[in-house]
Design a protein around this ligand. Structure first.
Ligand code: PLP
Length: 337
């Protein structure tokens, strides 16, 4: 099938640089052989640098939602009290996953377009004893970037709850200081900040998370991190991995680390600031409050009287693919990755 060349500007999948994409053509190897072992160790070392952690990080063949599910089922038990801090549809999804596995979820929801308020989060964890707090770092549905460091600090000031993070659209694009912020489990996926096609997911796992894992009774099989840990010791994945994306990851990581994470973060911040400037110069308004605007996805209000769905298809016909709004924002915003 032939696709017309388009300028893909959705939050993810992102356009993959050609040299990274070319790595996907690498012939298959034995995933239980020595080449994979070398690659797995090298990649895990690089992924840990991106997460800024000395703790464990596992790579799974899954999408971001799979990684989010892994954060929940590896640490919690049915009946556990969980606080879900949500500022949009991915935050809501996080709470749903925990609920589906039997957790007792309390939602602390903020207006769409606003960031989570650290004082209200602190108050909530003071009011009740939670086993875990679920937080979205960058809410892709509204273009809002939470101040994750401040939220984690607020939680830690009142509670020793596990901090589980959806970092799907933040890790590798904006700073995520897993150890310094004392985050227990951070989930992310290849098709957003990593310059990769979809297919791989990454999950960090702290000592506190392993302690919780030992007594956690939620059902799990494919996402059971003790299997990933056990197999990692012999340099293997528990199951057949998406090898092609691994080859690409090997290259992408080298580029990210050669550029330097500080430079990568600055590049995203300056590109995003420029997008916001240009949007405003066109006379359009940002959807989120500007102080909370994301550096990985810019959400723009569709002007009154304009059909946002038609706008997107008109742009697509002209070769530019942007994303629309989720749920109640459908037709009301456009999002630029
Ligand atoms: C993209 C995204 C997800 C979902 O990832 P999938 O790979 O589609 O499962 C979850 N959370 C956030 C914040 C995202 O941006």
């Amino acid at each position: 099938m032939e696709f017309a060349t388009v300028n893909l500007r959705i939050p993810g999948p992102i356009p993959v640089p050609e040299d990274i994409l070319a790595e996907m053509a690498h012939p298959m190897i034995n995933h239980r052989g020595p080449e994979f072992k070398d690659m797995l160790f090298r990649i895990t070392d690089g992924v840990k640098q991106v997460f800024e952690t000395k703790g464990d990080v596992y790579t799974m063949t899954a999408s971001g939602t799979g990684a989010m599910e892994a954060t929940v089922v590896n640490t919690l038990s049915p009946g556990d009290k969980v606080l879900c801090v949500t500022v949009g549809s991915f935050g809501d999804r996080y709470g749903e996953i925990a609920e589906r596995y039997g957790a007792e979820v309390t939602r602390l929801a903020f207006e769409w377009g606003e960031a989570a308020d650290a004082d209200r989060v602190r108050e909530a964890v003071k009011q009740a004893k939670y086993k875990a707090v679920l937080v979205t770092h960058n809410e892709t549905s509204t273009g809002v970037q939470n101040d994750l460091g401040a939220l984690a600090k607020a939680i830690r000031s009142e509670s020793d709850a596990l901090i589980l993070v959806d970092g799907v659209s933040s890790v590798a694009s904006v700073p995520v200081r897993t150890d310094a912020w004392d985050l227990d489990v951070v989930a992310t996926a290849s098709q957003k900040g990593w310059m990769l096609p979809p297919g791989l997911a990454f999950v960090s796992f702290s000592k506190r998370a392993w302690k919780a894992h030992a007594s956690s009774t939620m059902p799990r099989y494919y996402f059971d991190l003790s299997q990933y840990q056990h197999y990692f010791e012999i340099g293997q994945p528990p199951f057949t991995p998406g090898l092609s994306v691994y080859f690409a990851l090997d290259k992408a990581l080298k580029q990210l680390l050669d550029e330097g994470l500080g430079a990568v973060y600055e590049r995203h911040a300056s590109v995003a600031a420029n997008v916001r400037r240009q949007v405003k110069a066109l006379g359009l308004a940002l959807f989120p409050v500007e102080a909370a605007a994301s550096d990985t996805v810019t959400a723009v209000r569709v002007p009154e009287g304009v059909d946002g769905v038609k706008l997107l298809s008109a742009m697509r016909e002209r070769g530019v693919v942007l994303a629309g709004g989720h749920e109640k924002l459908k037709g009301k915003i456009i999002r630029i990755g």
